[in-house]
Unconditional design. Sequence first.
Length: 331
Amino acid sequence: MKPGRSRGGDWNNWRWQMDRSSGTLAGIESLLPGNPEGYEELLTIYPFAATPYYLSLAAKGDRDDPVLKQCLPDIAELNDQTFPAGDPLEEERFMPTPGLIHRYRDRCLILAASTCAVHCRHCNRKRLWQKTKPDLRANLPAIVEYLSRTKEIREVIISGGDPLTLTDEVLDWLMGSLRQIGHLEVLRIGSRVPVVMPMRVTGDLCRILRKYRPLWLNTQFNHPLEITPEARKACSRLLEAGIPVSNQTVLLKGINDDYKIMLDLVHGLQRASVRPYYLFQADQVRGTGHFHVDTEAGRRIMERLRQTTSGLCLPRYVIDRPGRSGKTSLN
């Protein structure tokens, strides 16, 4: 049953969705029968998690389904020899205090949550899935102290995990703490919640978020199938609260490495008033080699988009380099 139709229970309650997002081997086999040996070991290294909502977008039993490919474990993750690095962007090298990454001079990133509604199999922080969950309240005093004395920081990105899996109360407390630092001009949230659990974007959440403008939200739609009425409604709520929504697509083999799919995606985003911001070359993370797309293929897609659609629909095609090198344009 596709979203939008009648549902039993608490389908539209985000906590209900989160409570049912932890996956098991039996759950995987019900979605994609005939999985090979090795899945028990794979799940101990890279666990499976997906909300019932997100799984409802998929074609059960179809190994080529773009939703299933993004969230279901693949034995290729265990056997990947393409990319050896667990932390290819060297984030942990630039962590002056637990929970804070400071790679760029004028902005930094807070690992505010270790939980996600969906474990995206291409995630660049797969290394953290098995680690102990950070104690945000314990880490925050040191984070605030560092931010307060580092005057060149003007922008803070709240990430994780997915920060919108935190409760309203914790988010309000966190952003209120950051807003007390005078030289912080802009807050930004990185979240895939509008895509994978749109019912989380409630009126109460939006009332909290709008207090902390200028606040921006970056999300990640990777395929047109993800732009559902529910996802559009979540984005509209954020926009009506005065929070701009931008999209950072990751280029993924067998999911969106196709001109027509990408054209449909950027047009769908424009119709939802979501800005196509970046098309990311996927980070070279251990366990993600099967998603790799050659950069020349990405350039060809971008060139065709430039020839056939408006500038408002064109993301920047970029790759994120290790350390402080930052993003490099591939257009």
